[in-house]
Design a binder for this molecule. Structure first.
Ligand code: FES
Length: 113
């Protein structure tokens, strides 16, 4: 993977507008998309790959939450995911999970854990 300096993925401030930010890393030379989310439970990240059809969840940049920021929504077929656990709560992959990606918050930055 090729993250930014000292494994910094983004600033916490980058998550303010939508509660989430898509980040593309390199894994074995190929693009690898993850997204970082921040809510009252803290900061987490998931691979940007829906367990239903392995498509990216978002249609627009950094748009993963529903309008109330209570669930993550896959734009393709409407699956809803718990933003803390990544568990699919509703939709064609109900009971499956987003793959977690290890991150941690340090000061004003989000780092690869
Ligand atoms: S690809 Fe996400 S619900 Fe179908």
């Amino acid at each position: 993977m090729t993250p930014g300096a000292a494994n910094v993925l983004c600033a916490l401030a980058d998550l303010a507008a939508t509660g989430a930010k898509e980040i593309t890393l390199l894994k074995a030379g190929a693009p690898y998309s993850i997204f970082v989310v921040r809510d009252q439970a803290g900061v987490r990240a998931f691979e940007n790959s829906c367990p239903h059809a392995r498509l990216p969840l978002n249609g627009e940049a950094d748009t993963f939450f529903d309008v109330r920021r209570t669930v993550l929504v896959c734009v393709n077929h409407g699956a809803h995911f718990d933003p803390v656990t990544g568990l699919c709560l509703r939709g064609p992959c109900k009971g499956e999970r987003l793959r977690a990606f290890p991150v941690t918050a340090d000061g004003e930055s989000v780092l690869i854990a």
